[in-house]
Design a binder for this molecule. Structure first.
Ligand code: ATP
Ligand code: MG
Length: 376
């Protein structure tokens, strides 16, 4: 249930155009006040559609959207406490920096001295003091981006929506702006909903990430939750580099893959259930062939600056990506060692709801068993 901290709530929201398949399919989530959220997913998964629904540029086909506890399905965009920074910034090329930022305030017919103060303050926030009379065409990509943010925050929105605002920038500027945006959000204390299809950007910036695919939320959680405990193949694959192989859960804490059995830390599966196993490349240690839990033959090796990225095939034919500071030799046999904690077991095609329910049920049976031990 939502509480006072919830600023936006989607309740079973579906969006379809004409009679086509839905673009968002029964989506429910809550956004808490003052946090940095990221919608992450591949092109066409529905990220911009969610922002449009929040901003009021379109209405849901089914379901409800709440803002501060009030249903806002029919509230027009100009009456919502929401501002958007678009991917192309949508600045006015014929207006200078000051007038771009002042635009919304002029529409509201505020007094000139009030407008001047507010615009100055907004520009100070984004470190563009002194740029008031510059033409937009004389500003760099990063500076334009900051003008777009100033134009949005000058209206003092409760929520700022940012639709891939960094995608046009080069890598260095992009990294700088990630840091600046995160700082800005902390200083302003308003809710940011940021859209990207770049997983590293999402991991670096967010309090909470929603991973989307084909109009559904696959998983929501903190960056570490999602990185360490991806609930299905899509999330594991989309977030970071992963080794994903098919295996079988023999019993709680015992899993079989690549023709061997291993100790692991997962439970709550059916006996002999087919599962998918994730091990991150940085959790695999390269050893001598006789010292590893698996033996594999090196196929390719790339130098990545901080580490070598080695691809090797085990005796069962699975490919393993290894990140190692040590160099390998193509065609040599190596050993792969890993801890039980590095093995992450996933049920096939499990949804977030099913995952939560299974974990709850498993936690309960685990407690019951402990009680039995006590009685004895
Ligand atoms: N007005 C519309 N009419 C019909 N289909 C639409 C309309 N707007 C969006 N779509 C479709 O809805 C799906 C989701 O679009 P959306 O813009 O939300 O994706 P996205 O996740 O923002 O993708 P990208 O990363 O490419 O910006 C796409 O398949 C798109 O073609
Ligand atoms: Mg989009």
């Amino acid at each position: 249930m939502s509480d006072n901290n919830t600023i936006i709530r989607f309740e079973h929201v579906t969006k379809r155009f004409d009679n086509d398949a839905p673009i968002l399919n029964d989506v429910s989530f809550e956004i808490e006040r003052g946090k940095f959220y990221t919608l992450l997913g591949p092109s066409g998964c529905g990220k911009t559609t969610i922002l449009r629904l929040i901003a009021g540029f379109m209405e849901p086909s089914e379901g409800s959207i709440y803002f501060n506890g009030k249903r806002i399905n029919q509230v027009p965009a100009n009456r919502r406490q929401v501002n958007t920074v678009f991917q192309d910034y949508a600045l006015f090329p014929h207006l200078n920096v000051f007038e771009n930022v002042a635009f919304g305030l002029r529409i509201k017919k505020l007094k000139n001295d009030v407008i001047t103060n507010k615009v100055r303050e907004a520009l100070r926030f984004v470190n563009l003091e002194g740029y008031e009379s510059r033409e937009i065409t004389e500003m760099s990509g990063g500076q334009r981006q900051r003008v777009a943010i100033a134009r949005a925050i000058v209206n003092e929105p409760e929520i700022l929506l940012l639709d891939e605002p960094l995608s046009a920038l080069d890598l260095k500027l992009r990294t700088e702006m990630q840091y600046e945006l995160r700082e800005l959000q902390r200083r302003l204390g308003i809710t940011f909903i940021f859209v990207t299809h770049d997983q590293e950007e999402a991991l670096a910036m967010s309090d909470e990430i929603f991973v989307l695919n084909k109009g559904n939320i696959q998983q929501s959680g903190t960056p570490t939750d999602i990185y360490d405990e991806p609930i299905n193949r899509f999330v594991a694959d989309f977030i970071g580099e992963s080794n994903i192989v098919v295996g079988r859960m023999k019993e709680d804490y015992v899993v079989e893959f690549a023709g061997r059995t291993f100790e692991c830390v997962d439970g709550g599966f059916n006996k002999d259930e087919q599962v998918e196993i994730v091990i991150r490349p940085e959790d695999l240690e390269m050893t001598k062939p006789e010292n590893g839990k698996l033996k594999a033959r090196v196929d390719t090796q790339l130098f990545r600056g901080v580490h070598y990225e080695i691809s090797a095939y085990d005796e069962a034919g699975n490919e393993w990506l290894v990140h190692s500071t040590k160099k390998a030799t193509v065609d040599e046999w190596i050993g792969l060692d890993f801890d039980p904690e590095a093995i992450h077991v996933m049920r096939f095609n499990e949804t977030e709801e099913e995952f939560d329910r299974r974990l709850e049920a498993y936690a309960e049976t685990d407690e019951d068993e402990e009680e039995v031990v006590h009685v004895r």
